[in-house]
Design a protein. Structure first.
Length: 257
């Protein structure tokens, strides 16, 4: 990915940019197609990501949500189009990370900073400070010495987010962070994303099938429609509802929040 900044580019339906005056984008995608074996999963996408945004990515199973996140993270290459990144490393947190015995939460967060360690596997004082600040930002400092296997699912998901923040990431991607969580824990995790984005300026893109809860916390919506068209909402409620509704094949289903 280059360090250039993408010029504003519209989407086929609604704008892929945040409000004017939001500053230079962290990342911009211009006419990107994603997929496998040369086959795109949905229409070319155009959008920008700005600091402090919390973006909800929705779509049916197999529509291409995870593939898009992997492409943004640099794990996969786009089939076509341009991705311009001015924010450095983009960590992606997959769903279903196991809680391995023998790791404290602080140790788990440190593993995400392994590339910054010295030959002995030790982090610098600066990176240790970043780990401490990440746990404070997520409100989990009191859990730092607990084994991760003893944490609740919500607490552990916060730890996963802290691992990304400790790397000083400006943009973090999460693939279904609320999968397998009960209703209260889902809200707990989603509110943590919203609050962290507002507090730290880190931007988040998260995929989920929890439409109601996700719509309540997100700043904008990206949707892969049942017609194969990629859509971006603005920040107002009506646009979010319109874009979310595009994912349903059955048009008698009406999404309201």
């Amino acid at each position: 990915m280059t360090e250039s900044i993408l010029k504003q580019s519209g989407n086929q339906t609604l704008s892929g940019s945040a409000k004017a005056g939001a500053g230079a984008p962290l990342l911009g995608c211009r006419d990107i197609s994603v997929g496998y074996m040369g086959r795109p999963l949905f229409s070319p996408a155009n959008f920008e990501i700005h600091r402090g945004e919390c973006i909800f990515l929705c779509g049916a199973n197999g529509s291409g949500k995870s593939t898009l996140l992997k492409t943004i993270a640099g794990i996969l290459s786009p089939l076509s189009g341009e991705i311009s990144c001015g924010c450095g490393d983009i960590p992606m947190i997959p769903s279903g990370i196991p809680k391995v015995r023998g790791f404290s939460l602080a140790d788990f967060i440190r593993t995400g900073c392994y590339r910054a360690s010295n030959w002995a596997g030790k982090l610098s004082p600066e990176m240790e400070k970043a780990v401490s600040e990440a746990t404070e930002t997520l409100g989990i400092s009191a859990l730092a010495d607990r084994e991760i296997c003893s944490l609740s699912d919500g607490e552990f998901q916060k730890g996963c987010i802290a691992a990304a923040l400790a790397r000083r990431a400006a943009l973090v991607l999460l693939d279904e962070p609320t999968a397998y969580l009960d209703a209260e824990t889902r809200i707990f995790v989603l509110e943590a994303l919203k609050e962290t984005a507002a507090k730290s300026g880190t931007a988040f893109i998260f995929s989920s099938h929890d439409l109601q809860d996700s719509a309540a916390v997100c700043s904008r919506v990206f949707a892969i429609g049942s017609d194969g068209i990629f859509r971006c909402s603005g920040t107002n409620r009506e646009e979010k509802i319109k874009v979310i509704s595009s994912i349903f094949r059955n048009k008698s289903i009406i999404f309201e929040r």
